[in-house]
Design a protein around this ligand. Structure first.
Ligand SMILES: N[C@@H](CCC(=O)N[C@@H](CS)C(=O)NCC(=O)O)C(=O)O
Length: 214
């Protein structure tokens, strides 16, 4: 087995794959690409993923991209410490929640980060920030309704949790950087508890985006 993960610091899609590798206790090598230096656009990386996006995973002869597909591959190829339930209906539910996190929640996180983190203080627009917050909170409320146990796959950590958490944690990060526009205290209690549980996983701190630790 020779697994290599290409990732970018702070990419929620790459982070979920990193978490899956850790959860499954697989040996792997990490290659950090700098977006600032356009390392995801080099001929070497485009030969691995012609789309020039992270994550990309190499496993022997296979070069794979698209984070959800990578997770599914890891699950099938390395079934120990599963990230999907056995029951087909429970599996479908976990996959659906993961798909909803990437498809509907993630696009509502981006405007929050853009309005707060990616603007100089003088250009931050409180009305736009409030609107972005409200739209995201409505979506997060929907996810709170999906929780039926400790995890989104009920009693077992699953790829739904690994997919959702990085998106939510980016919001917390924005708030840590710019505390003037707090949002996390408005998260539903179930989501706050979920985030605390996730942050207590033994491999969580190790996988935090490296530039956050700098
Ligand atoms: N659908 C892709 C999304 C991957 C993606 O958008 N990656 C971003 C980082 S979060 C990226 O590499 N962006 C660089 C670019 O588009 O230039 C997946 O799930 O892997």
């Amino acid at each position: 087995m020779s697994l290599t993960l290409y990732y970018g610091s702070g990419s929620p899609y790459a982070w979920k794959v990193w978490l899956a590798l850790e959860h499954k206790q697989l040996p792997y090598e990490l290659k950090l690409l700098s977006f600032d230096r356009n390392e995801h656009r080099t001929p070497e990386f485009l030969a691995i993923n012609p789309r020039g996006k992270v994550p990309a995973l190499i496993d022997g002869d296979l070069a794979l991209w698209e984070s959800t597909v990578i997770l599914e591959y890891l699950e099938e190829r390395y079934p120990e410490r599963p990230l999907l339930p056995r029951d087909p209906q429970a599996r479908a539910r976990v996959r659906r929640i993961a798909a909803e996190a990437d498809t509907y929640l993630s696009p509502l996180v981006r405007p929050v980060l853009a309005a707060i983190l990616y603007k100089p203080p003088a250009e931050r627009d409180p009305t736009a920030i409030a609107a972005a917050h409200d739209a995201l909170l409505a979506e997060i409320g929907r996810f709170a309704g999906y929780l039926r146990g400790d995890w989104f796959g009920d009693d077992h950590l699953s790829l739904a949790d690994l997919t959702l958490y990085p998106h939510l944690r980016l919001v917390q990060r924005a708030e840590e950087r710019v505390p003037e526009y707090p949002l996390v205290h408005r998260f539903p209690p179930g989501i706050t508890a979920f985030m605390r549980r996730f942050a207590a996983l033994p491999y969580h701190d190790h996988t935090l985006p490296p530039h956050w630790k700098a």
